[in-house]
Design a binder for this molecule. Structure first.
Ligand SMILES: [Zn+2]
Length: 103
C-alpha cells in the first residue's frame, strides 16, 4: 500500500537525474561530431552504456582538431612559420612545410 504515491515523487527525481546524467554522454558525443539529441536519449535510457561508448568511440572531428592542437603547441626551441604556422627550427631560412621564406 502507498506504493504508487510513494514512488511518484522518487520516479520524478529519478527521471530528472537520468535526464541530467544523459547530458554527459550527449556532450561527449556532440564534441565528437555526433547527434546531441540521440545521445542524450541514449544516455537517458542507458547512462553507463552510453557514457562508455561515448568515451571510447572514435571522433568524427578528431583529425581536424588534432591538427589544430599540433599547430598551436610550439615545442621549446621551435618557432612558428609565419606563413603556414608549422613548427620549424629558428635556423631554417625556408619553411620545410610550405617552402616560404621565414625571414
Ligand atoms: Zn611554412
Amino acid at each position: 500500500m502507498g506504493f504508487g504515491s510513494l514512488n511518484s515523487g522518487e520516479m520524478l527525481i529519478g527521471l530528472v537525474l537520468a535526464a541530467l546524467l544523459g547530458l554527459i554522454p550527449a556532450n561527449i558525443a556532440k564534441k565528437k561530431g555526433y547527434s546531441f539529441g540521440l545521445w542524450w536519449l541514449f544516455g537517458f535510457l542507458f547512462f553507463i552504456l552510453a557514457l562508455i561508448i561515448a568515451l571510447v568511440m572514435k571522433s568524427k572531428t578528431a583529425p581536424g582538431l588534432q591538427a589544430v592542437a599540433d599547430v598551436q603547441a610550439t615545442p621549446p626551441g621551435m618557432v612558428k612559420c609565419p606563413h603556414c604556422q608549422s613548427n620549424i627550427v629558428p635556423q631554417a631560412a625556408v619553411c620545410p612545410y610550405c617552402a616560404e621564406k621565414t625571414k
